[in-house]
Design a protein around this ligand. Structure first.
Ligand SMILES: Cc1ncc(COP(=O)(O)O)c(C=O)c1O
Length: 498
């Protein structure tokens, strides 16, 4: 194999050649060696696997399921194929160090917080945090101060966090050790990361971004600036969500200075399996190569497809599609179609049912008033046509049919953080019991309850439950609102600290 040649260098001292894909090459090299393995995995290159599994996956997939240590990782690059692949990713995403993750962005959230805060530390956290960030708070014992994103008054969508809001929070909490943001939000809204980094760094406070939904931002100028390009100290992104990685593939990026990359490396090792799937790792490597070499051109096509779909869907009676102008925000992910079907007097669930069963179209998510669809580098004119055609028929059949509009109530008040009686860790480890939701007012929640939309927790562990929140959740559950987090998915009961 040719030696690594210098293609271009940004931050990294390493020679960089984005044509190379060390882990993918390692799989090929191992297969060529014709080794008879007396090691894991026990299916031995597919020979011992179930017949139907072999037929469904294809022989090549199982033949490529090779161990990293003593296998793919050792074939070349001085036995450090993973290290070289991660260095290439660091270059592509503007980081000092990058770490490949096998348990999605969830693992990155756990690892970064474990590496950067201590029990009892105060952390400013955007309130639209994903469950995995709450788990990170539980693991570390850090005390969150929640920053609630403003909501659009009519569309009930979070509008991100501004630099001014972070500055005000840091004035109130000068002892905060870390700022944690979710950007972009699930609906595609990006926060003011550059300004937030500048303000936080002036005070010596590092910034970490859960960029699970934004791995593509780095590669096209029409998308919001990526987290690392906005000078934050750490960011995680899910390569599997909108790029070409296999499910679970993600990367954690780190900037050295306020955060110690070697401590992050140790923490990544603590939260991950010791038997990494090279299928997932090689898919991250290949996705990096694809983006570094062709990302802008591929995303140009993706954005064109998504914008065309947005325009055509917006023109349909009874249908509205979010964009930066409607929300009044600068940073918006143009590839995301957040489709409001409230004007058809149908719930998003009913539209999803029709899309799947009548039109063979599978959306990402539905809720009471809408549907979220992702347009990615895997889409074509034909796939997008199918989506628009389906909505065209649904709009024709239902617009003006006089049905009842889906329930929608502004949730500005109820997603506001409540009094934090205990830290998430204290609440998690405290004895708890399930009680009827209607009896929960005044008790301390030991659960996380997140209605979609806006994907912002109404309740987080340790918070005192208010009567307002109980009313809102009862009403939402009765209307079939999708609730993520609680042990009882129907929310007839809720777990509270005993
Ligand atoms: C904002 C956010 N962060 C983190 C995650 C977790 O990502 P993963 O599924 O890659 O672990 C998700 C998943 O949907 C998410 O929406």
């Amino acid at each position: 194999m040719a030696e690594l040649t210098v293609h271009r260098t940004r931050r990294n001292p390493y020679p960089v050649d984005h044509w190379r894909a060390p882990l993918l090459e390692g799989i090929i090299a191992y297969q060529r060696q014709g080794i008879v393995p007396f090691s894991t995995p026990g299916h031995k290159l597919g020979a011992g696997a179930d017949q139907e599994l072999r037929e469904t996956f294809g022989e090549r997939a199982l033949f490529s399921d090779i161990p990293l240590g003593g296998g793919v990782g050792d074939t070349h690059f001085g036995g450090n194929a993973l290290g070289v692949a991660e260095a290439l990713a660091a270059d592509a995403w503007d980081a000092d160090r990058s770490f490949f993750l096998l348990n999605g962005s969830s693992a990155g959230n756990h690892a970064f917080l474990l590496a950067s805060v201590r029990p009892g530390d105060k952390v400013l956290v955007s309130r639209d945090l994903h469950k995995s960030l709450l788990v990170a708070l539980i693991l570390t014992g850090a005390n969150p101060v929640y920053l609630a994103p403003r909501l659009h008054p009519r569309l009930n969508v979070g509008l991100g966090i501004t630099a001014a809001e972070v500055a005000a929070a840091l004035d109130l909490h000068p002892d905060a050790k870390l700022v944690v943001l979710v950007s972009p939000s699930y609906c595609g809204v990006a926060s003011e990361l550059e300004g937030i980094s500048a303000i936080s760094h002036q005070r010596g406070v590092p910034v970490y971004v859960d960029e699970a939904w934004g791995p593509h931002f780095q590669f096209h100028p029409a998308l919001p600036p990526s987290a690392m390009a906005s000078n934050v100290d750490g960011a995680v992104s899910s390569i599997h969500k909108v790029l070409g990685g296999l499910t679970q593939a993600a990367i954690l990026h780190v900037r050295a200075g306020l955060v110690d990359p070697s401590r992050v490396r140790t923490a990544v090792g603590m939260v991950q399996t010791t038997s990494p799937s090279v299928l997932v790792l090689a898919s991250i490597d290949a996705a990096r190569r694809q983006m570094a070499l062709h990302g802008e051109a591929m995303l140009e096509e993706t954005i064109t497809l998504a914008e065309d779909a947005r325009r055509r869907l917006q023109a349909l009676p009874g249908i509205d599609v979010l964009d930066g102008d409607r929300l009044g925000v600068d940073g918006f992910d143009l590839t995301k179609l957040v489709i409001d079907v409230d004007g058809l007097a149908l719930s998003g669930y009913e539209v999803e049912h029709a899309l799947r069963n009548r039109f063979g179209v599978g959306p990402e998510m539905s809720d009471l008033v809408g549907i979220v669809c992702l347009v990615t580098i895997g889409d074509t004119g034909a796939s997008v046509e199918r989506l628009v055609d389906a909505f065209t028929t649904i709009s024709r059949e239902h617009y003006g049919s006089g049905g009842k509009r889906a329930y929608l109530r502004s949730s500005g008040a109820v997603v506001a953080p409540a009094e934090l009686a205990l830290s998430p860790r204290e609440a998690f480890f405290a004895p708890s019991r399930a009680i009827p939701l209607e009896a929960a007012s005044g008790k301390i929640s030991s659960e996380l309850v997140i209605p979609y939309p806006p994907g912002i927790p109404v309740l987080a562990p340790g918070e005192t439950i208010t009567a307002d929140k109980v009313d809102y959740l009862r009403e939402g559950a009765a209307h079939g609102m999708y609730l993520s987090g609680p042990a009882d998915p129907d929310l007839k009961t809720i777990r509270v600290v005993d």
